[in-house]
Design a protein around this ligand. Structure first.
Ligand SMILES: NC(=O)C1=CN([C@@H]2O[C@H](COP(=O)(O)OP(=O)(O)OC[C@H]3O[C@@H](n4cnc5c(N)ncnc54)[C@H](O)[C@@H]3O)[C@@H](O)[C@H]2O)C=CC1
Ligand SMILES: CC(=O)C(=O)O
Ligand SMILES: [Mg+2]
Length: 371
């Protein structure tokens, strides 16, 4: 199979779909890999590094898209990239379709086979290709939040950990999954007062066992959420209903009633955000203010630490990339229900139930669509 790796074009996005080590695995399996020039430059890999492991270099994305049977990316394809997809071509990347009608319409039109990292599942109920980036974004959310609380950024001017004799900040984390757990690790490490809300009691049990009395776990009801959000200095939004648009748990009214200079980091923004006043921002201009609350809503947070993120992502995606290349998409997907859950769009049909439901499209069973 010919596998193509274009350079990422989203704002300040320096991750790359495959590092040279991953390319080497593919070329060792007899596949051909085409990499766009400078695709790895943001994390220190030159074209020569890719050539050394058997890749060939193309001078632009158009040539990569035109030649490849499968495109391996990081972020959802931008409009110019969507226009280059073709019928029968495999696209393997993050998609986040539920809150993104224009992208969904373009992928339908393309008739490509679009497999989303974020809806691939595992036997433990996890999301193995989302998890590494949620680890990164969860950890980053506390440093982003700490900065947002600085006075020069319109924050309250509060240090997360306080100092002896002065209370620490109250960090309220909504969603205790991968993002929430990693945010808690950092917030506890910095000495903040940490409260985590989740509506899954087993998640709360795991957090309790892990952190003991360093955090407080709270079952997430509208009442509990309101109580803690209104007391918070920093709110982290980390909820997810896999594949679906995020529920708006924090309302505009809550934001109005939060303390002036408090901050929110809505990590769930890539699924539309779990805070009513959120709108996606970029690394170039990451924050905005609503009712004196600093909002950080960057949809590709791990792009800021691409060296860590690219390797973490490749560690998870590589076995799936090899599987697709070795077996072809039909066999690779049909032989693994967890991988099949990643199939979002194929030949113009929506095969992810929550995407179809959120956007009002007909859902087609992926097995039927693949037959
Ligand atoms: N902005 C960015 O750069 C990035 C964003 N993300 C996003 O962060 C979000 C969270 O991802 P993960 O932590 O991996 O998901 P996860 O599935 O590990 O955790 C989500 C948690 O939310 C909880 N939850 C669902 N509905 C809830 C509700 N109504 N109230 C309270 N809790 C609720 C679930 O029980 C679960 O424990 C996703 O939208 C993901 O796409 C992930 C990585 C990077
Ligand atoms: C998951 C995601 O949106 C990211 O890594 O950018
Ligand atoms: Mg206010």
């Amino acid at each position: 199979m010919i596998v193509g790796v274009p350079k990422e074009i989203k704002n300040h996005e320096y991750r790359v779909g495959m590092v040279p080590g991953s390319v080497r695995e593919l070329t060792n399996h007899g596949h051909q890999v085409i990499v766009e020039t400078n695709a790895g430059l943001g994390i220190g890999f030159s074209d020569q590094d890719y050539i050394n492991v058997g890749a060939s270099i193309q001078k632009n994305a158009a040539e990569v898209f035109a030649s490849a049977d499968m495109i391996v990316k990081v972020k959802e394809p931008q409009a110019v990239e969507r226009a280059m997809l073709r019928e029968g071509q495999i696209l393997f990347t993050y998609l986040h379709l539920a809150p993104d009608l224009p992208q969904t319409e373009d992928l339908i039109k393309s008739k490509a086979i679009c497999i989303a990292y974020e809806t691939v599942t595992d036997n433990q109920g996890g999301l193995p290709l989302l998890a590494p980036m949620s680890e990164v974004a969860g950890r980053m959310s506390i440093q982003a939040g700490a900065q947002a609380l600085e006075k020069s950024n319109a924050g309250r001017g509060m240090l997360l950990g306080g100092v002896p004799g002065v209370a620490p900040a109250k960090v309220v984390i909504i969603g205790g999954g991968m993002v929430g757990n990693n945010a808690a690790q950092m917030a506890v490490g910095m000495g903040a007062e940490v409260v985590i809300l989740d509506r899954n009691v087993n998640v709360l049990r795991r957090l309790d066992a892990q952190f003991g009395n360093k955090i407080k776990t709270v079952y997430s009801t509208a009442e509990a959420l309101e109580e803690h959000v209104l007391e918070a200095d920093l709110v982290i939004g980390g909820v997810l209903v896999a594949g679906a648009a995020a529920p708006k748990l924090v309302t505009a009214e809550h934001i109005k009633n939060m303390k002036a200079g408090s901050a929110i980091v809505d990590v769930a923004i890539d699924q539309g955000g779990c805070i009513a006043t959120s709108k996606a921002t970029t690394h170039a201009d990451p924050t905005f203010i609503v009712d004196d609350v600093v909002h950080y809503c960057v949809a590709n947070m791990p792009g800021a630490v691409p060296l860590t993120s690219t390797f973490a992502l490749n560690n998870a995606t590589l076995p799936f990339i090899i599987n697709l290349a070795n077996k072809g998409y039909k066999e690779a997907l049909l032989s693994d229900q967890n991988f099949l859950n990643g199939l979002n769009v194929i030949n113009g049909k929506i095969t992810c139930a929550s995407v179809a439901e959120n956007l009002g499209f007909e859902f087609v069973d992926p097995k039927v669509a693949l037959a």
